[in-house]
Design a protein around this ligand. Structure first.
Ligand code: SAM
Length: 290
């Protein structure tokens, strides 16, 4: 059996025996589908010497197959009520460590060194709480943690934004941030029926293969991301008007147009048509001339 905890009847039994009530505010939707669990775990490509960091183990539905595949699993759960339940459901897996806390507040680099330091490579594998999907993924990326893959179940709409390229309606600053750090790939779309209770959005599993180095050379990362943010501030405005509003004073349009010309960017284009290479070039030139 691939996962025992995730069998629908077992999940219901665990939940009711412990008198557990789901908290919508914590994004508690537990997976009860072995096929989806298999797809998530396979996408992470865990070898027997690898480690897994799970965010939000719930009652352990995904933790269990991770414990079977990986050398060690570190699972961070915010809800104190789930800690004794996890101690029970995962009692037979000696390679699982549960940490109680908010993943956004914990020092993840220290925890990885402490609990998964002996592992060859570490991947994040999780069915994320949807109210904090983007902050969690951005924290994992910006802290430049030594990760191989990030395989997460998230809202389909957010997965589309993470994995889209220039010229599409979903392309934006999140797409650029994700592709700066990773190679994104959509693994599968997931219907709401595979959860207890069912969420009110469709979901997707996305795999972010962490890059060794960014695909573009950026002289100042914070400034690069500032320029990207600014270019998308008002989607219907041209890139020139958006940049003018954020970085230039009145009467500086011609100076901005010179910069755009040097970067090879037509000022009437919109932010959503610029590639990551163009944003890198533009921000490097702007940095030198501001
Ligand atoms: N992994 C389980 C599964 O697949 O059935 C549960 C997934 S459920 C979508 C999200 C889990 O994340 C819940 O257990 C919830 O309590 C936990 N959680 C919510 N916010 C969190 C946070 N800030 N830090 C850590 N865990 C969190």
């Amino acid at each position: 059996d691939y996962g025992d905890i995730s069998a629908p009847n077992r999940t219901k039994e665990i939940v009711s025996r412990h008198g557990f009530s789901f908290k919508k505010s914590l994004g508690q939707n537990f997976l009860v589908d072995q096929n989806i669990l298999r797809k998530i775990v396979e996408a992470a490509e865990l070898g027997p010497d690898d480690g897994a960091l799970e965010i939000g183990p719930g009652i352990g539905s995904l933790t269990e197959p991770l414990a079977r595949e990986a050398k060690a699993v570190l699972a961070v759960e915010i809800d104190q009520r789930l800690i004794p339940i996890l101690d029970e459901t995962l009692a037979s897996y000696s390679n699982v460590q549960i940490v109680h806390g908010d993943v956004l507040k914990l020092p993840l680099g220290d925890l990885l060194r402490q609990h998964l330091g002996e592992c060859e490579q570490v991947s994040v594998v999780a069915n994320l709480p949807y109210y904090v999907t983007t902050p969690i993924v951005m924290k994992l990326l910006e802290e430049k943690l030594p990760l191989r893959n990030i395989v997460v179940m998230i809202q389909k709409e957010v997965a589309d934004r993470m994995a889209s390229g220039p010229g599409t309606k979903d392309y934006g600053s999140l797409s650029i941030a994700v592709s700066y750090y990773c190679e994104p790939q959509l693994v599968t779309i997931v219907p709401r029926t595979v959860f207890i209770p069912q969420p009110n959005v469709d979901s997707a599993v996305i795999k972010l293969k962490v890059r060794d180095r960014p695909p573009v050379q950026v002289e100042d990362e914070a400034f690069f991301f500032d320029v990207v943010q600014a270019a998308f501030a008002q989607r219907r405005k041209t890139v020139a008007n958006n940049l003018l509003a954020r970085f230039f004073g009145k009467g500086e349009r011609s100076r901005l147009e010179t910069i755009l010309a040097e970067a090879g960017i037509d000022p009437v284009r919109r932010g959503e048509t610029l590639s990551i290479d163009e944003y890198a070039r533009l921000s490097n030139i702007m940095l030198r001339s501001l």
